[in-house]
Each structure stands twice: as C-alpha cells, then as structure tokens.
Design a binder for this molecule. Structure first.
Ligand code: BG6
Length: 486
C-alpha cells in the first residue's frame, strides 16, 4: 500500500527522538516506496532553525548511499520556530500547513506527532483545537509519545485534554514495543498454530516468564529517570502490553477494536495488588557498581542528575495473576532492569511436567519450554525431550530453533517505521487504547504507592548480574525459578 497524501507535523523536531528514530523511519518508508510522493513534514520546536538547518539534520540522521534520493527526500521538510504557549505560533502554523498542502496537493490529511516534553501535550491539544488546525477536509490524527501520565489520575487528565481536539479513534498512543516484529508475531504464533492454542491455558502451562533486561544504565536521562523508575518506564507500558498479548483470547477479527478489546479484558482480569502486601508480589532493586565488559561501572546513585539518596527502582520483578478461566493458577512472572547481564527481551512459557517422570532419573528440570525471542535474537525456540543416543534409555532435552540474530541490537527504528506506517493507513491496532493505559496505571499505582516510602526495602544488585536475590526468591516461594535467557 502507498499511504494517503499527508503532512506530518512534529512537535519537538529538534529533539533526540526525531533525529534518532522519526526521520530515519520516515526515510525508510520513502525509500521502500510506501510513502506517497506527495508528503510533507513540518518540524516545530523553540529553536530558531530554518528549513535548511532541519534538512541538514535530517540528512545527517539517515544512512543511505543514495545521495540523490536523500536530497529529494529532505526537500519535503519544513521548519517553523514554535512556542507551544503562543497564539501567533499556531497562526503561523496554520498558514504554513495551508501553503505546504497547496504545494503537494495534500487534501488536509494531518498527523500531529507529539514528541515534546509531556507537560506540553495538553496545551498543544487545546491550542490545535482553538486555532482550528484539526478542522480540515481530510482526516487528522494524533501520535503521542510516552510517558502517558505518571499515574491513573494524570493519565485520565491527559486523556481529557487531548480528547478536546481528537476522538479516541484519532489518537495513536505509542508503545514502541508494539512495533517490534516478534511482538507482533506473538499473536500469529498463538492463533495460527493449532499445536499451541489448545495448550495455552492453566491445564498445560505452569508459568510464564517475561524478561526485558538492559545492559545500559540511565545514561544522560538521570533527570527523567529518577522521577520515573523502572515501573513507570517499562512495566506500566511495555511489560503489561506483552502480558496482554500473551494472555488474550483469540480476537474474532483482526480489527483494532476487536484486538484491543481482547487485550483490555486481560488487563481487567489482573488481580489487584494491594499497597499493604505489595512486597509479597513485587520486588524493586537498584544497581550498585559492578564490572561490565571488564570495566567498572558506577552505581545508580552516582549517576548524573540522580539524587545520591535516591530510592528510585532500576529493577522490578513481579508476579502477576490473571483471574479468568484460562489463567487462574498460572503466575506470570515479569522482570526488567538496567545494568543487567545482557540486553535481552524474551518470553518463556513453561509447560507443566508429565505426571510421571519415567526417563530423567529424578531430575526435575525436564519441562517443555517455548521461548519467544524478541530481541536481539528474533524467533522461537522449543525445548522438547528425546531419547539419548545409545542404550541407556534415558532422555535428553532437544532444542528446536527458528531464529535469526538481529545485529542491530535495538530494532527501534524499524518499530517506529511500522508504527508510523500503520498510523498513515489509519490502523490503530498496535497502539495503546485509553482503557489499556488507564487499567495499566490502576494496576501499578498501589505498588508505586508502597514504594514511595523507604520502608519497603529496595534491594541492591551488582551491575552486570540478573538483579537482586529477592527476584529469585519471588519465584522460589512458588517452587519455580527463572530460566536462563542467554
Ligand atoms: C524506553 C525506555 O521506553 O524503552 C528506556 O524509556 C528503555 O528506558 C527503552 O531503554 C528500551 O527499548 P528497546 O527497544 O531498546 O528495548
């Protein structure tokens, strides 16, 4: 499909995200012939840049040997210095958009991409409405970056603000994990294979383990991260999205409404964790110095812009329970953190053991495992048991792999490419619905509340490990253990 003629308006065009992800993604779509020739990108930010400066930056952000194509591409970019609080900024934007739409014959289709600091999201939306920038002959859509609020109350308020200018089906809330190929593949693996779907429930599955581990520390984002922490940064969004994709019932149709409806049902079935007994289900940790790649790395509290007394968590492990017919009794264990041993995103489904262990001589770890490898390795691995060669009659694990290693460790540009493309086509399936966002916040809020005080222990973990011991203990209580992910 080539996409409809559209103008993409980027708020925060001088920022890091635009340069690292948005420009390269739009270029890739262009290069692949997926973008209509009649498109324009209008970049907005406070800085006094010109079209020329923006085009230079766009050019630098792209890696391609095709100079002619890059030059042609960059000509579609326009820049307007912009103050989100000033009326004249919106008046100028209105003028520029009309001019640009004239040049390319764009029938008023506009995507407004909010990639500024989240405190401006509301102001921008109400101003867009006030200056009638969303009233065109074509369609208008809003793409909004995370964080979407910092708790249920602020997310609800943000929803109210943006819904002045956009209806729910015009709002595309980014969760870039939903743009990853293997995340999108979860649905296909589950619902296109009759050998998995019948087993996908509490009759056959013992537990589910979701790991999103990172090796990086907080880098230069200490200021943001110290007020956020791993729960808000990763669990509320990416992790809960994975949980709902793994646990949802088959949708009756592949439409955004049907798919998101099924995901929402999972989030509604999550058993709430009360503030008082959060420690029973959730563990928080913070990294201390350690050796990674033969080099000593600093602890979290000595990172730039982080309080030396910070109790912000850089690691979370938790046990989630989904109370419905399919899942009651099956723990979903999750963990995520910075400065861990490896950069890995992986789901492991542990199937129940056979009732009688005939072949393994007392050994316990004989379960069938299905790993859904999301990154950097992409694919699936299935661990079965087979007969050991020879005469002993014993069994050994046999591993079936269907994987390809993605050299580009973080496949985020690709994820953004898919998501922007989906939005251009008006497909919101891989974006978070407001109900998903609110339900996720409602789930994590009581736990965050427990962590506000330093009474709940924050477990230290050495950089380069897989997190604090408390994370292992969490599974051990149930007689389970984390399966290795590397
Ligand atoms: C972002 C978080 O949403 O996801 C970052 O804000 C994190 O802290 C990143 O590093 C991880 O994304 P990916 O695609 O590299 O796994």
């Amino acid at each position: 499909h080539s996409t409809p003629k559209t103008t993409i308006v980027i708020f925060g065009a001088t920022g890091d995200l635009a340069k690292r992800k948005l420009f390269p993604s739009i270029f890739n779509l262009y290069q692949a012939g997926k973008l209509s020739e009649e498109f324009a990108v209008v970049g907005l930010a406070r800085r006094e840049w010109s079209n020329f400066t923006l085009r230079e930056v766009v050019n630098e952000s792209i890696s391609s040997a095709n100079d002619d194509l890059i030059e042609k591409f960059c000509k579609h970019f326009y820049y307007l210095p912009f103050d989100v609080t000033r009326n004249d900024s919106y008046i100028n934007l209105d003028k520029l958009l009309k001019e640009v739409e004239d040049v390319y014959g764009i029938p008023g289709n506009r995507i407004f991409y909010m990639s500024t600091s989240p405190e401006f999201f509301g102001t921008i939306a109400s101003n867009l409405k006030a200056h009638q920038l969303t009233e065109t002959k074509g369609w208008t859509r809003l793409i909004i970056e995370k964080p979407f609020g910092r708790d249920a109350a602020s997310a609800e308020q943000l929803n109210n603000e943006i819904s002045q200018a956009f209806s729910e089906d015009e709002i595309y809330r980014i969760d870039h994990y939903l743009g990853k190929d293997m995340v999108q593949n979860i649905e296909v693996i589950r619902f296109a294979n009759s050998i998995f779907e019948p087993l996908w429930n509490n009759h056959y599955i013992s537990n589910v383990q979701i790991t999103l581990s990172e090796t990086l520390g907080v880098e230069d984002r200490g200021g943001y991260y110290d007020t956020s922490g791993a729960m808000r940064d990763m669990v509320q969004n990416h992790v809960l999205q994975l949980v709902s994709l793994l646990a949802m019932d088959p949708p009756i149709r592949l439409t955004p409404e049907e798919v998101r409806h099924e995901k929402i049902k999972v989030l509604r079935a999550l058993k709430p964790v009360a503030t008082d007994n959060a420690s029973e289900y959730f563990v928080r940790g913070q990294y201390i110095p350690g050796i990674m790649n033969d080099q000593e790395v600093p602890g979290y509290r000595s990172e730039e812009s982080v309080s030396p007394k910070s109790i912000t968590e850089t690691f979370v492990a938790g046990k989630l329970q989904i109370e419905n017919h399919r899942w009651t009794g099956v723990p979903f264990y999750i963990r995520t953190g910075k400065r861990l041993e490896s950069k890995t995103t992986k789901v492991i489904i542990e199937f129940k053991n056979m009732p009688l262990n005939l072949y393994f001589n007392g050994e316990k770890d004989t379960s069938n495992l299905l790993s859904i490898n999301i990154q950097p390795v992409e694919g699936i691995t299935l661990l079965l048991n087979g007969k050991k060669e020879g005469t002993s009659g014993e069994a050994v694990p046999v591993q079936l792999d269907y994987n390809n290693k993605n050299d580009d460790i973080s496949s985020t540009p690709e994820a953004y490419e898919r998501l922007i493309y989906n939005c251009l086509l008006g497909d919101a399936t891989n974006f978070a619905h407001s109900d998903e966002v609110l339900l996720s916040w409602k789930y994590v809020d009581p736990i965050l509340k427990a962590w506000q005080s330093d009474k709940v222990e924050i477990a230290e973990y050495e950089s380069g490990t897989m997190g604090p011991k408390a994370s292992d203990d969490l599974l051990a209580k149930d007689g389970n253990h984390w399966w290795p992910v590397n």
